[in-house]
Write a protein that binds this ligand. Sequence first.
Ligand code: NAP
Length: 259
Amino acid sequence: MDLGIKGKRALVCAGSKGLGRGCAEALAAAGVDLVLNARGAEALEATAAMLRAAHGVQVVTVAADITGDAGRAQVLEAAGHVDILVTNAGGPPPGLWSDWERADFIKALDANMLTPIALMTALLPGMIDKGWGRVVNITSQSVKAPIAQLGLSNAARTGLTGYVAGTARQVAPHGVTINNLLPGIHDTDRATALDAGVMAAEGLTAQEARARREATIPARRYGTAAEFGAACAFLCSMHAGFIVGQNILLDGGATNATI
Ligand code: NAP
């Protein structure tokens, strides 16, 4: 399918690895030029080089922490007026409700709620002026159904979801859509880190920890970054202009809900 976005320009945050990289690659495959961000320069440059070689698109890199004011300013300066924004950042650590102090919540809110909001605040006006834009926020399955040990994530991402629900309706008249993609377990470094937590807590091998988590998914496997990226690129496409303010689960059926 021709996504109809060849020649558009996208900012993909936290995109050197994992789900962000999957989104960057699917957009590049659709002919979208990229501003790509992550903190570590080495993986970022390697991903950018791969995307340029494989898809012939322009890729500008900005090695910076997207959750800090200085890093975000650097990224926004490089981005200028983009047509597409994919927000993403690392997820907060797991733990127990009684582990967390105010500072832990502020850090999680900064990373997973206030950073995407700041990026939208900066970039939505340019999209509105052009009469076309797409925003996809990478959130989590935990927005639909809580993951008990991810209380910091549950809290911050639900806040972002509430913000998007209203804001998406305010910008839709201008041809701009905002939607959230909710990953369940995907085969990325983040999933490996969470598997390691299960291994440590329960004395399992890596294979046992993974098999245990795969068994909780009706699809009986982890999702891939490529599948995730394809869904992101579709939401950014010309065909998705009527999809507004939605929360789309990509979880292999793991969230047991009728709608
Ligand atoms: P990942 O494989 O660990 O990749 C994270 C990417 O984000 C890397 O490119 C990393 O590069 C970059 N990054 C992290 N923190 C950053 C920051 N502060 N500023 C700029 N770049 C940053 O993680 P993932 O699995 O793709 O997860 C992406 C998001 O989806 C996370 O918020 C995660 O919690 C959420 N999620 C993932 C899953 C899953 O199963 N994978 C499920 C639910 C939700 P650098 O480290 O070099 O910065």
